[in-house]
Design a protein around this ligand. Structure first.
Ligand SMILES: [Zn+2]
Length: 137
């Protein structure tokens, strides 16, 4: 996990729209093509409408690279309103999204116990949903 990704995730966390929780999350990913894309959480007064940083970064990558996008690594950083680091791990929905684009991808985050750690995306969600082949459509 490069220092650049972690720094980019911290920078974009400062852009987060998190007036309801005060939990500012930034994600910076590197595609297999070597490009960097970022996302931050965007909350809403209607809480379920809120969007996660990780999926924002993936959306930006797919918008730029199309269906061929593959995830190589992603860093996730969370800050409080004072800019201090908080623990964070990708939520379940984001784990599902990450493995679809790169089960072998490195996922770095400031874990709740061990500080900064890097794990394989597939290890974050071992029994991920896989859409079976349903035959001709
Ligand atoms: Zn999420």
């Amino acid at each position: 996990m490069s220092e650049d990704l972690r720094n980019a995730a911290e920078r974009v966390a400062r852009q987060a729209y998190a007036p309801h929780s005060g939990y500012h999350v930034g994600a910076a990913l590197r595609s297999a093509n070597g490009q960097t894309y970022v996302g931050c959480n965007v909350e809403n007064a209607s809480y379920p409408v809120s969007a996660c940083a990780e999926r924002g970064a993936i959306s930006a990558a797919v918008a730029a690279e199309g269906r061929g996008f593959r995830l190589d690594a992603i860093a996730v950083v969370a800050l409080n309103a004072q800019g201090e680091w908080l623990p964070v791990t990708p939520c379940g929905a984001c784990r599902q999204m990450l493995v679809e684009f790169g089960a072998e991808a490195e996922v770095g985050f400031n874990g709740p116990d061990a500080g900064w750690q890097t794990v394989r995306a597939g290890d974050l969600l071992p029994y991920r949903f896989i859409l079976p082949d349903t035959g001709p459509r």
